[in-house]
Design a protein around this ligand. Sequence first.
Ligand code: TYM
Length: 324
Amino acid sequence: MRILSGIQPSGALHIGNYLGAIQQYIALQHDNEAYYFVADYHALTSVRDPEKLRAYVRDVLLDLLSLGLDPEKATVFVQSDVPETVELAWLLTSVTPMGWLEKCVSYKDKIAQGIPAEHGLFAYPVLQAADILLYDADVVPVGQDQKQHLEITRDVAERFNSVYGKNEPVFKLPDAKILPTVAVVPGLDGRKMSKSYGNTIEIFEDPKSIEKKCKRIVTDSTPVEEPKNPDTCSVYALLKLFVDEQESADWAARYRAGGMGYGDVKKRLAAAIIDYFAPYREVRKSLAADPVKLEEIRRAGAERARKTARIVLERARRACGLGS
Ligand code: TYM
């Protein structure tokens, strides 16, 4: 099966990215043909400092590789190293009804936050459709927040196929792969963990800062001695994702019994997160010390990705009458 997914370099990656998406990338790279990329064209909708964007791209590449993406197994690349992407986006945008984009929740959300309504933000899902369709992807591992973008991708592919692929479909219809237990990882304030909400715990954040952030996780004000409900608590929701079943059942029992303060479970959560990522921190350090190797991985990934992309783009160009 062909797997594809992307992640925006719009700041440091957080544990929502890891649990919802990156863990799936790593698991799926073994028995499949996998493509994973750093979505820097997409990040242009929010990052306007060129030096920062370059640094973020490098950081995300380092993060992905140190967390376990293996460039020998998966094609790891940077989106803008494959400019075929933007040509396909134009072919797709030409058949995409405005109404489909107008109903997009993530666009409406950003406008509601006061972010200017630029065309790039509006057309974002078409670029994402191009990312996916350009590689004939079968499966796209993502978190819940990408579900609507995947639905639009399928709609755009179907629309293009019905306009231009009467005899033979031009594009494959991809499926989203969303794991229910980690579909929406909560942030410090209980909303979805997200850079744009400022409620994240970063994967490679300084351990002291992880401890401080865990202390800040919003809980209710039930006194220590009273029973508490683990199922409505963000601290427990996060802890469950980092400890084994036995330990998570033990904590649930302690919540329900009363006599446990939120401070205890927050401390345990911080330690669990720090321990979990400790080995990756070491790998990251040594990768970061070898920029030449990183550049070589990037170059090789782009070459492999472009090979596939050119085949699909040519098919799409021919189907709609471009070229001689
Ligand atoms: P991005 O960069 O916001 O997030 C990257 C991945 O992390 C997942 N994710 C989460 N999962 C669970 N809980 C959370 N709190 C959480 N926060 C983020 C996201 O669902 C995503 O899978 N538009 C995409 C990037 C993109 C893309 C693509 C993805 C561009 N082209 C093609 C797939 C295929 C985005 O902004 O993800």
